[in-house]
Ligand binder design. Structure first.
Ligand SMILES: [Zn+2]
Length: 235
């Protein structure tokens, strides 16, 4: 383990084309709970599954339930943590460093990362589902109805049953093809199609997984079963 850990740290330091694939575990140290833990209060009642609360069907049929749940996902006071900051610093040192994130909280950008693919969209990009005008997130947090046209507002996040942005997929494929080191951090890497991105990697690239819980991949990888904060402080 110690040896593998050292080798993983060396690989990241020596990488020329570095890609981070990040998930909820990178945001929890900033005090952003993942949606599954937040959905507990709804699922306890037996009324709704976490996937339903963030589905297109829920948005269409139960606007209030959807709105009440989504509002809880906003943590505008959250600040980037040492993991976000380390990734941003690595981008300064190695210009071909990218982050592809499942997180919708914009913390990578707040940390200073510029090459970020928001694979599941962003909570801070809100628009009207009727007239498509953009409004700021603060307006949405006060009311989910668009004052301009009466349409229902929503954040530009990818809901269950909805397709991904073509651009996010294309960009992810391109940066993964070019990567020599890929680091999967703070995610169980089970959510599809995010987890399928790994198939776009070049055969020569090295994959390192840093996560508290074990992760299974069908490509060769180095597993570092460790808290992301403790690992990233040693890079
Ligand atoms: Zn509108």
């Amino acid at each position: 383990m110690t040896n593998l850990r050292q080798q993983a740290l060396d690989s990241i330091r020596q990488a020329n084309h570095l890609v981070f694939l990040t998930g909820a575990g990178v945001s929890t140290p900033s005090g952003v709970p993942d949606y599954r833990s937040l959905s507990g209060v709804y699922t306890k009642t037996g009324m709704a599954q976490p996937e339903y609360l963030l589905s297109h069907t829920c948005f269409l049929r139960e606007q209030d339930l959807f709105y009440q749940f989504v509002k809880q996902l906003y943590h505008p006071q959250a600040r980037p943590n040492s993991v976000h900051l380390k990734m941003a610093q690595l981008e300064k040192e190695k210009p071909d460093t990218w982050v592809i994130s499942q997180n919708i909280d914009q913390l990578h950008r707040k940390a200073g990362s510029q090459q970020v693919v928001d694979f599941h969209g962003s909570l801070y990009d809100v628009y009207c589902s009727k007239c498509y005008q953009q409004v700021d997130a603060w307006t949405y947090l006060e009311d989910n109805q668009h004052a301009g046209c009466g349409g229902i507002l929503r954040p530009n996040i990818v809901l269950y049953e909805e397709g991904l942005e073509e651009m996010a997929i294309y960009q992810s494929q391109q940066v993964l093809k070019a990567a020599d080191v890929i680091v999967i951090a703070g995610t169980s890497f089970k959510v599809s199609p995010f987890c399928q991105l790994i198939y776009y990697k070049s055969p020569d690239s090295q994959v390192i997984v840093v996560n508290q819980d074990d992760v299974y991949l069908s490509v060769p990888y180095t597993m570092i079963q460790e808290d992301v904060v403790s690992f990233f402080k040693d890079i």
